[in-house]
Every structure is written in structure tokens, then in C-alpha cells.
Design a protein around this ligand. Structure first.
Ligand SMILES: [Cu+2]
Length: 136
């Protein structure tokens, strides 16, 4: 009898843990978590070169220079510029305006990338509707 009681208690404990974990994943607070999107600068490329973000969901982008050379993250339209990012350095920007922001490395103009920013309510009007925002 003791063994059965113990096993029942263990099962009840496991069920409770499963319920808590499931609740955390599906709970209403899950969407409010702002996730930073990471872009690597390596091998003279921005990886990924196309970053899609949703305002209020994951619209903060951090570029990390994982290469050996210095680079920049410079908006083609001049709306932002990291300045020189040395090896191991980072640049973070939060996008709050809908649009496509092309950027390049001022030191190596062949290095290009873009950030596509959409609002959390307008994703159905975009061709990539259904594609989940990039999360890391
Ligand atoms: Cu560069």
C-alpha cells in the first residue's frame, strides 16, 4: 500500500508540473514578452541579412560582431548608425516605426542587410503573413 500511495503522489506531482509549464507557455502573458532578435556580423556578412520584427513583440535588434574585423551597422537612409563595432562588440536598436530599413557596413559597402518592421495588428496585409516572427 505504501508504494502505491507514493507512486500516486509522484504522479500527482508530475501532473502539477506539466500543468504549470503548459500554463506558462500558453498564458496570456506569453505575448507580452519582448524578445530581442540577434543578428551576427561574421565572415563579412550580416546573418541573417533579412530580419523581420513586430513592434512591441520582438522589435529590438542586437547585432554582435563575431568576426575579427571592425564593422558598422549604418542605415541606408541615415536613420541610425552604430559607429565602428570592434570584434566582440554589439549594437542594439529598438525599431518603433513600420517600414523596411536597409542598412550596410560603412567600412565594407558590399555588406548589406535589412530590417522589416511591421505592426502587431497589420501582419495579415504582408506577403509573409503566417511566418512567425524571428525569435532567438
Ligand atoms: Cu564591415
Amino acid at each position: 500500500m505504501k508504494i502505491i500511495v507514493k507512486a500516486t503522489r509522484i504522479l500527482a506531482g508530475v501532473a502539477l508540473v506539466v500543468m504549470v509549464v503548459t500554463g506558462l507557455q500558453l498564458g496570456p502573458g506569453a505575448q507580452a514578452t519582448i524578445t530581442t532578435v540577434n543578428v551576427k556580423i561574421i565572415d563579412f556578412k550580416f546573418q541573417p541579412s533579412l530580419t523581420k520584427v513586430v513592434i512591441g513583440v520582438n522589435n529590438t535588434v542586437t547585432w554582435t560582431n563575431d568576426g575579427l574585423e571592425a564593422h558598422t551597422v549604418t542605415a541606408n537612409g541615415g536613420s541610425f548608425d552604430s559607429g565602428v563595432i570592434n570584434a566582440g562588440g554589439q549594437f542594439t536598436r529598438t525599431f518603433t516605426t513600420v517600414g523596411t530599413f536597409g542598412y550596410h557596413c560603412a567600412l565594407h559597402p558590399t555588406m548589406t542587410g535589412s530590417v522589416v518592421v511591421i505592426s502587431s495588428t497589420s501582419s495579415t496585409s504582408f506577403p509573409w503573413a503566417g511566418v512567425r516572427p524571428v525569435r532567438n
